[in-house]
Design a protein around this ligand. Sequence first.
Ligand SMILES: Nc1ncnc2c1ncn2[C@@H]1O[C@H](COP(=O)(O)OP(=O)(O)OP(=O)(O)O)[C@@H](O)[C@H]1O
Length: 229
Amino acid sequence: MSLRKAPVPRLLLDNVSCIRNSQQVLRHVNVSMHDGGALVLTGTNGSGKTTFLRMLAGFSKPSAGQILWNGHDVTKSGVFHQYKLQLNWCSLKDAINERFTVLENIKWFELLEGKEGRSLPALQLMGLGRLANEKSRVLSMGQRKRVQLARLIALDRPIWLLDEPSVALDDEGVGLLEYIIAKHREKGGIVIVATHLPIQMEDAMFLRLPPRFPRRPTLGDMLDRGELM
Ligand SMILES: Nc1ncnc2c1ncn2[C@@H]1O[C@H](COP(=O)(O)OP(=O)(O)OP(=O)(O)O)[C@@H](O)[C@H]1O
């Protein structure tokens, strides 16, 4: 009989809580992710989805609990140095330099990574090949989002943290987003998405964050309960 140890999760949130502005935003979150895994964060406005992603990206630290990458606490400086190189972040702020061409906006990041040759194919995949040499200021909202997605593919880092990645995308764009997520996971990549909109991801885990403040009763609730009779 062989007794093989279960593999250490690539990413583990162990009883993690987070405080922002003296307010408890996340409470006792437990998540375990292996290569190829996907997690979808949902919840009402202000429930802490962006806070969750920002904490994973190292912008803030858990107030309790630990985030472990390959079993190591990512808040330790030696570990964080390696961990942050695994991350690719797509937020509502698009980090597009208006003065650069569309292609340069991806190439710049690719060159910083010491990589080359992936930017144009990534743009073409996202349907923006013909705009490659245009100044980025001509881009529409959805096109800007597509540039961000092309950047994800060109940089090709293992852990994707995506905050509302489908906002401003048309149906074809959402299809492309779903496609690149599926391909990334096939290669063993991990994807964590905060979203209010449905995004198809096979076998994804779902984490619905509870509302931070209980909803105030509406007029409809009060009528239903006969409180206004
Ligand atoms: N920079 C900040 N400083 C202090 N508190 C913040 C900051 N950003 C957000 N918060 C607070 O943290 C809580 C969670 O915000 P967060 O942005 O994580 O929610 P969310 O679930 O992503 O919301 P939405 O669906 O509206 O994008 C909110 O109550 C918010 O006021």
